[in-house]
Design a binder for this molecule. Structure first.
Ligand code: AMP
Ligand code: ZN
Length: 136
């Protein structure tokens, strides 16, 4: 564990958090700056810097925990739905470099809008060809 990792310190109970769930591989606690009540961070206990480099079994453990938690969080806060996402990398808004997923309860009238790209020619076939080539 990196000695300066905030979320490793929460796992080790060195700094406080409102922990709502724990199992062998994961921990879930409330985000201190919630976008809505019940905004929860779900993390693997084993440190990885970000989603892209997280061992698949740790990703799977987080997904399982999210499915266990989702009905409980929605019931607890009376939410209608949720977004579940990971910011991967600084340019995507990642501030804490211990892999985490945001479970964000949503209410029909909360006013948050999903991103929508502009109309226009997005050269989809070129982009798709580049991605397929990068995978080869
Ligand atoms: P990200 O921008 O995806 O790296 O998100 C990091 C999240 O961690 C932010 O939503 C912060 O509000 C949250 N956060 C930072 N410090 C703490 C803390 N001590 N306890 C709970 N959540 C935290
Ligand atoms: Zn960590």
């Amino acid at each position: 564990m990196p000695s300066d990792c905030l979320f490793c310190k929460i796992i080790a109970r060195e700094i406080p958090a409102e922990i709502v769930y724990e199992d062998d591989g994961t921990l879930a606690f409330l985000d201190i700056h919630p976008i809505n009540p019940g905004h929860t961070l779900i993390i693997p206990k084993r440190h990885s810097d970000s989603f892209a480099v997280t061992p698949p079994e740790d990703v799977a453990a987080v997904m399982r925990a999210a499915q266990t938690l989702s009905p409980a969080i929605l019931k607890a806060v009376g939410a209608d739905a949720f977004n579940f996402t990971a910011n991967n990398g600084r340019a995507a808004g990642q501030l804490v470099f211990h892999t985490h997923f945001h479970f964000m309860p949503r209410f029909a009238a909360d006013g948050y809008k999903m991103w929508h790209g502009p109309e226009g020619d997005h050269h989809l076939s070129d982009v798709a060809a580049k991605i397929r080539a990068a995978l080869a």
